[in-house]
Write a protein that binds this ligand. Structure first.
Ligand SMILES: [Ca+2]
Ligand SMILES: [Ca+2]
Length: 503
């Protein structure tokens, strides 16, 4: 009982240790690499009160067919040849940034057009031929291209195109000749809004896409990455869309911008902007407040001596407290990971279910559309299949028999004293018997030859043979044969014994 408890304790300690290590690793990873991220409300929009009374969006300018409403901006409606765009009114003044754009591209057609573009450019590209925005831009455009202009069956897709202000967009090839990176994603008609997270940090542009299959906002997948990318240090954020002969609704639900700063290069906070004099005043006030609070605390403790040492008052955590907290955090992380895996599994299952239903439908359709002739063909096919199967079974049976024979032989070899051995011994006996018979016959013949044909054999009367064979000779011969035989048998049994050692 005691050992079991100790073992249980040991296991718990090991688990705790692993979790602790995980927690520490996570904390370390978080602390070292991540940039400082600050929300920039002047470069963002989001519902539910997106539009002002005069129909404009604060800090944003919209053009073309774009229609802002309370909870989204419809950049184009699903009508032919529409163009629209929305741009920040001010240039950003930060080097690195991250934008999270939530949008929906919906249309009744199996194919839609033209697509949607997210921009960071030196100038606002208010109107033009590139997804509703101006060509020859200086900066980067991330294009969600619905329509397959070059017929390579790679749309809808996401393409990143950089431009220094001189390049003309290769519309006929879906920008594939100019793409810095791309990925194929179907972003049209999804159950939940599609999300794009575009990060420009340390000269690397990364595009992550949330496919809109789940309501989980953080369910991003990697799409594209461009390294050593030089973008204008200041620029406008924008989003544009266009329709052609085919048309989709292009709705943007939110555009959130964050400023990214490298660790150690944090932006001057409000602290630095406060004048030194005010700062001193605030500091004084704060200290005064602190003293008051301490006094009150002491008074309270005097009045209630039984309520002592509340943990909330303790600003330091003990080693065990910290470890417990880290274990808790590690567990939370594991829990989240498991949840994510579960979600991915659900998605895969969902896809599979859809494939199965599509295949079933297809089969059903074919079954109903096809005439009896096709039915005969399928009957023939079934017959062929049955025949092949019978053939296979026959061959398998043959193989089985051959296998059984082989097995029998092997077992015979493994037990040489049994059937095969007995058979061989009998054969030898017979051989010897035959030999003996032959010898006997020869002797008889010899005897007869040495006798005169007319005389009756009178064995005792005959003078002793000077010939080659006498009775003594005969017996010696038989004795030699017997000795040889016994020797053979002994040799054989020895060999068997030796062979058995190997089995
Ligand atoms: Ca296209
Ligand atoms: Ca294409």
């Amino acid at each position: 009982m005691a050992t079991r408890e100790r073992r249980g304790g040991l296991a718990a300690a090991v688990v705790a240790g692993v979790l602790l290590a995980l927690g520490r690793a996570a904390v370390a990873a978080e602390g070292s690499a991540g940039p400082h991220r600050r929300f920039e409300y002047k470069y963002s929009f989001k519902g539910p009160h997106l539009v002002q009374a005069d129909g404009t969006v604060p800090f944003w300018a919209h053009t073309g067919n774009a229609i802002p409403s309370a909870d989204q901006i419809r950049i184009t409606t699903s009508l032919k040849s529409q163009k629209g765009s929305v741009w920040t009114k001010n240039k950003s003044i930060f080097e690195y940034w991250e934008v999270e754009v939530t949008f929906r591209v919906t249309g009744r057609g199996r194919i839609g057009a033209d697509g949607l573009a997210i921009w960071f450019t030196e100038e606002q590209g208010m109107e033009g031929p590139v997804f509703g925005a101006a060509d020859r831009w200086n900066g980067v455009g991330i294009f969600f291209d619905s329509f397959d202009n070059d017929g390579k069956k790679n749309n809808p897709g996401v393409v990143v195109v950089g431009n220094d202000g001189k390049l003309q967009y290769d519309h006929q090839n879906d920008g594939s000749t100019q793409a810095l990176a791309s990925c194929q994603r179907d972003f049209r008609n999804k159950p939940y809004p599609v999300r794009a997270k575009i990060t420009y940090y340390q000269k690397t542009l990364t595009v992550l896409i949330n496919n809109g299959f789940t309501p989980d906002k953080e369910d991003y997948e990697f799409c594209a990455k461009v390294e050593d990318m030089v973008l204008p240090s200041q620029g406008y954020f924008g989003i544009s869309a266009a329709t052609g002969g085919l048309a989709d609704d292009h709705d943007v639900l939110s555009f959130l911008t964050f400023q990214l700063t490298e660790p150690g290069k944090e932006v001057p906070t409000l602290d630095a902007e406060i004048p030194e004099k005010d700062k001193e005043k605030y500091q004084e006030e704060f200290e005064h407040f602190q003293q008051e609070l301490d006094k009150k605390k002491e008074e309270f403790q005097k009045e209630h001596p039984d309520v002592q040492g509340q943990p909330a008052d303790d600003p330091f955590e003990t080693v065990s407290d910290r470890e417990l907290r880290q274990i808790f955090e590690g567990q939370n992380r594991i829990h989240l990971e498991i949840k994510q895996l579960n979600r991915q599994l659900d998605m895969i299952l969902d896809e599979q279910r859809r494939y199965v239903s599509v295949v079933t439908e297809e089969i059903a359709k074919r079954g109903s559309a096809v005439s009896g002739q096709q039915g005969q063909v399928s009957q023939q096919e079934i017959d062929t299949v049955v025949k092949t199967q019978e053939e296979v079974i026959k061959q398998v049976n043959e193989m089985k028999n051959a296998m059984a024979d082989t097995l029998r032989l092997i077992s015979g070899a493994q037990h040489p004293g049994s059937a095969a051995g007995v058979y061989e011994t009998t054969q030898h006996f017979n051989d010897i018997k035959e030999h003996l018979h032959v010898v006997k016959r020869d002797i008889e013949q010899l005897v007869q030859r040495n006798m005169p044909s007319n005389e009756k054999p009178k064995c005792p009367d005959l003078p002793p043979f000077p010939s080659c064979l006498s009775t003594v000779h005969f017996f010696i011969f038989v004795a030699v044969q017997t000795v040889l035989f016994i020797a053979y048998i002994m040799y054989r049994s020895q060999q068997e014994a030796a062979a058995k050692k190997f089995f």
